[in-house]
Design a protein around this ligand. Structure first.
Ligand code: DSN
Length: 420
């Protein structure tokens, strides 16, 4: 593996091999991570990294675009097919740039966006004060009505929308594990003349695989997403427009030249390959299994009395209040589980009173372990291991045994090379 790097640059080679081993021998539960196929990796490291392609297929600023145009058109066509969209822009470098380009396409400085309260699962790019976005746009909030069930307060959303007149009503989260009532979202957005926009970064693969609802089927105007989470592609972003051509043109202009320069064409080739994989029947089976596996983990947490925000999950992720239930903080839990070979992330829970760097919760999910082939039985076993490790955190021998059982599970389920 990596023979040229090995010969030329042993320092980087060593780090890459260390990561190879870490990924092979540990269980990846960060819900926004996944393993890509070797085909996606080949495309991502292909000769297209040598090429500049500012513009769009058929309308570029540089010559030599015969093959970049072919690749980008394949990526766009497959993306449209996957999500039932009429237009796709596959050039955003990642999810945050996709959201920034979407805001600047739809808004004037000072305009208002109505999004989920950040402590209830929203994302930094949905208007966290640490981002530059809040210097330009005005962000107002809706929340969950009940954090034990995850029910969103649609009455409050409507009231705030009528009062604040947002130009965008934004759905989608990085730490909210339930399905949404998309019909209500688009009804409220369109009542006040706003666009209904979904940031599907986390669940794009589950939508594409038809395991979760598609917001476009409920009147949403735009979907932004990453391509590297449940969609199982290269690191990257994308913006889809359901049917409005004028809107799609604004998005294109906003991505380039408004915000980005040259597209990362090797990543676009990898997106094309990933979308090709996601169009196969095997991907729908994968998406359904991701959900079934999360349910299997939920059942163990519920049986062992650990509080889950929203009471459990209807998606790929679980947000557990480990401080409230087990007296171990999110940061301690993250570090402890890392030691036994289980990687996840600390996360604030709704209305958390602890600090962001040491919150009450952990966030974990099943996209990567499902790619590895684990089923419900093994996922339940992983959940038991997690809670055993947290409960027996003072018992070095018990932790050593858990580390060993994680290693055995990893050996039984190696990271696959291909999915189709
Ligand atoms: N870092 C991503 C996540 O883990 O949800 C979102 O930016």
């Amino acid at each position: 593996m990596f023979p040229f790097i090995e010969a030329q640059d042993p320092e980087v080679f060593d780090a890459l091999m260390g990561e190879e081993k870490r990924q092979a021998e540990g269980l990846e539960l960060i819900p926004s991570e996944n393993y890509v196929s070797k085909a996606v990796r080949e495309a991502n490291s292909s000769n297209l990294t040598n090429k500049y392609s500012e513009g769009y297929p058929g309308k570029r600023y540089y010559g030599g675009q015969t093959y970049t145009d072919i690749v980008e058109n394949i990526a766009r066509d497959r993306a449209k097919k996957l999500f039932g969209a009429k237009y796709a822009n596959v050039q955003p470098h990642a999810g945050a740039p996709a959201n920034v380009a979407m805001y600047f396409a739809l808004l004037e400085p000072g305009d208002t966006v109505l999004g989920m309260d950040l402590s209830h699962g929203g994302h930094l790019t949905h208007g966290h004060p640490v981002t530059y976005l809040t210097k330009v746009f005005n962000f107002v909030r809706y929340k969950m009505k009940n954090v034990e069930t995850g029910e969103i307060d649609y009455d409050e959303m409507r009231e705030v929308a009528r009062r604040e007149k947002p130009k965008i009503v934004l759905a989608g989260y990085s730490a909210y594990p339930r399905e949404l009532d998309y019909e209500k979202f688009s009804e409220i957005a369109h009542e006040v003349g706003a666009y209904a926009v979904m940031d599907a970064a986390h669940i794009a693969g589950l939508i594409a695989g038809k395991a979760m609802k598609n917001p476009f089927e409920y009147g949403f105007d735009i979907i932004t997403t990453t391509t590297h989470k449940t969609l199982r592609g290269p690191r990257g972003g994308m913006i889809l427009t359901r049917e409005d051509e004028a809107l799609a043109k604004k998005i294109d202009k906003s991505v380039f030249p408004g915000f980005q320069g040259g597209p990362i064409m090797n990543a676009i080739a990898a997106k094309a390959v990933c979308f090709g994989e996601a169009l196969q029947p095997s991907f729908s089976r994968y998406a359904a299994q991701v959900l079934a596996n999360a349910k299997a983990m939920e059942a163990v947490f519920a049986r062992r009395g650990v509080r889950m925000i929203t009471g459990g999950t209807s998606s790929h992720l679980i947000l557990a209040d480990v401080y409230g239930s087990l007296g171990v903080s999110g940061d301690e839990a993250e570090k402890l589980l890392d030691e036994v070979g289980i990687t996840l992330n600390k996360n604030a829970i709704a209305d958390d009173t602890r600090k962001p760097m040491d919150p009450s919760g952990i966030r974990f999910g099943t996209p990567a372990i499902t790619t590895r082939g684990l089923g419900q039985k093994e996922c339940a076993q992983v959940a038991e291991c997690m809670l055993d490790a947290l409960e027996k955190r003072a018992d070095g021998r018990a932790l050593g045994e858990i580390r060993e059982s994680v290693r055995e599970l990893c050996a039984e389920f190696p990271i696959p090379d291909a999915f189709v």
